[in-house]
Design a protein around this ligand. Structure first.
Ligand code: CR6
Length: 828
């Protein structure tokens, strides 16, 4: 098929010449056009950035061809769409992803070669859009990939932060944050659509009006901003489908600007502009611990209000909004977008004149809520005072929703004031505040957790009164990861090995990895698998060497703990293991020859305001600099902590790992998704029975997983009885020696004060029970060492991990959302 401008039979205005299927010559020509006419440079004069931008544009052009065809196919279709509302999308690099999805890698490579350009150099030039903190944001990115691959009509909505997650550097082992100015060299993947801007209002007051006998409330906002959409193409894997990710940028509205400008106060005009544009300026860097800042609530309302308007604007002019649930489901990615609930009510009731009860029935069917946490401090609440000031009409609506909901609770359970206080959407203490998770639960058609254990704890512990009241709402969808990025792209060696063995159907049907199981018994396959792992370690070393001047030791077990720094994830437990091994060798209790050579690799950012997390980063670096240089260890134990862990680094680290550390305190990690990526790439997990670890272990089998530590009920039991960490310190000599060594100043140049807060926190508080699980963890690590000594047995277990983790595809998660929550069939 060739689409050209001279195609007289084309029913629609023709599209300029781009050959399909793509050829190297066609790709080269388009690349040069972009370089010359868009970039304004000749090939001879082009900088790396010019070439990168032109390449990205060219890839986008080909995808755009699919997008246009897709739009024509879908035009007029009345399919129900998923609007995924998420404050974060941790996208990672786009170039390779889009080359893969569009099946353009071959022609792009040939075209670049023809132009004398090193494609790898352009790959390395890309800056990933870090528009998320961790698992939740990366999950959203995996989900939009799967939605497109499955052909589900959907739009991702979010915020185009000018600054994403900060760039982390270390100074004297301590975290220093640098701004992530990811847009400065050009943003070739996005397309601004200024004509589709929406106005979003804030502040002001409400007034009541008599509308033909009915008293209605009306919002008189005080100020507004313009929301300008920037669209990203989200290609399905080689299926011609291209969905949209629409990210909103805040701009000052002309009206706002001009009024002040005309008064001659230029300074004030500029300030107003800055004020408006601040809304999409920066991603809040807290993962699971919201700070409750006013600007964050502004961000949340800003993007959901623009998104709802945008979606409604896509419906036919005469569309009957009573039928909205036939056309859309808004999926709330955690509580961040929950202000969308009163916003939709306001639009239906105030702007479209719908009766309250009808609007409420519509709203309840149009939303579903995913909860991503079990930590009480992560459940967002917005003070009534703040909400009333910023969104007075929304507060009224929330009050009415709550009133009617509590009336229903009373009707069922009588005047049980304890229960009423427990279930009220409005908390009274310490300040009056709206509990966003409760609002989402009352409003949504479904509430899901993100792993079996998490969904169960959500019902039993976080929202038990709601699970009793609305049992039919609660369900589970275990998280997943996209096999395209995290296996096919990140691990080309393993991908080829798998494809050679079972064909390439696994890329979109990951359960087919089961077909690898018998090959675990095939010595030649095991050898090939081990060779891939060794190759991945070499590739990691090239990356680490270039990036940070670091390298993993030859023949070392690569032991990896990469994830946000949070006390509940227990990086400290890993540090205690390292310190114990170090102390063992130095004191002579462990013969150096008996030490399994290991490189322990950490990657973690700490929220800038999270002091303890930052101290733990400092400790890891301090332990590393002592252990790595102590000649008594002879390099057999290495601690590497490359700064600025991000999606790009993950893609090199995960395929090289032997051991995946998933050691959170049971009952704290909602799911985890890194755990899935490691197992899928053939790392063995050492982990607690927490989050999705439980499901990984069930699938891969106990023999191929190193389980340790307390279970959630055991944790609850000691918490109940009163937890005394110091008792564990007293009883366990190994633990005492490790803690004493840290306390002695051995890792801080003799200065005992540096890590004193860490030590005393462990001894006297230890909220996440590191000390209680220490001995079980050490024993499990001994099992790891023993298992690793049998390389062939280890490889067999690694293959079985790969073969049995097909369940963790985000394609499966999306199918579960479709079956259990959305009921949106794929379209062709
Ligand atoms: N921090 C959970 O903690 C889960 C992801 C995605 C988290 C993590 O266990 O895998 O969401 N929660 O579901 C939040 O962000 C609130 C996370 O990434």
């Amino acid at each position: 098929r060739r689409v050209t401008s001279s195609d007289a039979t084309a029913p629609h205005p023709p599209v300029p010449a781009l050959e399909l299927p793509p050829t190297a010559d066609g790709f080269t020509a388009q690349f040069l056009r972009n370089l010359n006419f868009d970039g304004g440079v000749t090939l001879a004069d082009a900088s790396t950035n010019d070439r990168y931008l032109a390449l990205a544009r060219t890839v986008r052009d080909y995808l755009m061809l699919h997008a246009l065809a897709d739009q024509q196919r879908q035009a007029g279709a009345q399919a129900k769409a998923v609007c995924y509302l998420s404050a974060e999308y941790l996208l990672g690099n786009q170039l390779d992803n889009d080359l893969l999805a569009g099946d353009l890698a071959g022609v792009a490579a040939d075209a670049m070669a023809a132009c004398g350009i090193d494609l790898d150099e352009l790959r390395r030039h890309e800056i990933e859009p870090g528009l998320g903190n961790g698992g939740l944001g990366r999950l959203a990115a995996c989900f939009i990939d799967s939605l497109a691959t499955l052909g589900v009509p959907s739009i991702g909505y979010g915020i185009r932060y000018e600054y994403g997650i900060f760039r982390q550097t270390f100074e004297d082992g301590q975290q220093v944050e640098q701004p992530d100015a990811w847009l400065t060299l050009g943003a070739p993947w996005e397309q601004p659509r200024p004509e589709a801007a929406q106005t979003v209002s804030f502040g002001g007051r409400t007034e009541t009006v008599d509308d033909a006998g009915t008293v209605r409330s009306r919002w008189i906002p005080e100020w507004n901003v313009s929301a300008v959409p920037y669209d990203y193409l989200v290609p399905g894997f080689r299926n011609g489908r291209v969905n949209t990710l629409r990210l909103w940028r805040a701009k000052a509205t002309d009206a706002f600007d001009l009024r002040i400008f005309n008064s001659g106060d230029y300074e004030q005009a500029v300030r107003a502009q800055t004020f408006a544009e601040n809304i999409s300026k920066v991603l809040y860097p807290e993962d699971s611990t919201p700070q409750g800042k006013e600007l964050r609530l502004q961000q949340q309302y800003f993007f959901v209000a623009a998104s709802i308007r945008d979606f409604l604007g896509r419906l036919p002019e005469d569309f009957d909004l009573a039928r909205l649930p036939e056309r859309v489901i808004f999926q709330l990615n955690d509580t961040h977008p929950v202000i969308a609930v009163p916003e939709l009510m306001r639009v239906l009731v105030d702007e479209h004149g719908m009766a309250w009860d009808e609007a409420w029935a519509v709203t309840q069917q149009c939303f579903a809520y995913t909860c991503h946490t079990l930590l009480p401090e992560a459940l967002e609440v917005w003070p009534v005072e703040l909400l009333g000031r910023l969104l007075p009409r929304h507060l009224e609506i929330v009050y009415r929703i709550n009133e009617e909901f509590l009336a229903a609770v009373r009707a069922r359970f009588g005047d049980d004031e304890m229960r009423i206080r427990d279930m009220s959407i409005i908390a009274e203490f310490p300040v009056r505040a709206v509990r966003m998770a409760y609002l989402a639960t009352v409003a949504g058609s479904r509430v899901n957790g993100v792993a079996e254990l998490h969904s169960q704890l959500l019902r039993d512990k976080v929202l038990p009164a709601f699970a009793e009241f609305f049992p039919e709402k609660f369900t589970n969808v275990t998280n997943g990861v996209t096999p395209r990025r995290f296996l096919r792209l990140a691990n080309p060696g393993l991908s080829t090995l798998i494809t050679d063995a079972i064909g390439d159907g696994w890329v979109t049907d990951l359960e087919r990895l089961h077909e690898l199981e018998p090959l675990a018994e095939d010595a030649a396959f095991r050898a090939a698998f081990a060779a891939v792992k060794a190759g991945n370690k070499r590739r990691l070393n090239e990356v680490l060497q270039a990036r940070d001047g670091m390298r993993v030791g030859d023949g070392h077990l690569v032991d990896v703990m990469v994830k946000r720094l949070h006390e509940y994830k227990r990086q400290l437990l890993k540090v205690l293991h390292v310190v114990s091994e170090y102390e063992g060798v130095v004191s002579g209790r462990i013969a150096l020859a008996d030490l399994q050579p290991r490189t322990v690799l950490f990657g973690a950012k700490a929220a800038p305001g999270y002091a303890m997390a930052k101290r733990i980063i400092h400790l890891i670096n301090a332990v590393g600099s002592v252990v790595n240089t102590d000649p008594r260890l002879d390099g057999r134990l290495q601690v590497l902590f490359p700064p600025n862990y991000n999606v790009t680094l993950a893609e090199s680290v995960i395929p090289a790992a032997d051991l995946s550390e998933q050691i959170s305190l049971a009952g704290k990690e909602a799911s985890g998704t890194g755990n899935m990526k490691f197992a899928l790439n053939g790392a063995l997990t050492i982990g607690t029975d927490d989050g999705a670890n439980v499901e990984i272990r069930e699938l891969v089998g106990d023999a191929n997983f190193f389980l340790f530590g307390m279970t959630e009920p055991e944790v609850a039991e000691i918490a109940q009885a009163g937890y005394h960490p110091a008792a564990f310190y007293q009883e366990d000599a190994g633990l005492r020696r490790a803690i004493d060594l840290i306390a002695s100043g051995a890792f801080s140049g003799g200065d005992r004060s540096v890590f004193e807060p860490v030590v005393s926190n462990l001894l006297y508080e230890d909220r996440f029970m590191v000390l209680a699980d220490y001995s079980a963890y050490m024993a499990a690590q001994q099992r790891v060492d023993a298992a690793y000594a049998d390389q062939d047995g280890w490889t067999r277990a690694a293959i079985l991990n790969v073969a049995r983790c097909g369940f963790f595809s985000s394609d499966r998660s999306i199918r579960d959302y479709i079956d259990r929550i959305w009921h949106t069939p794929p379209t062709t």
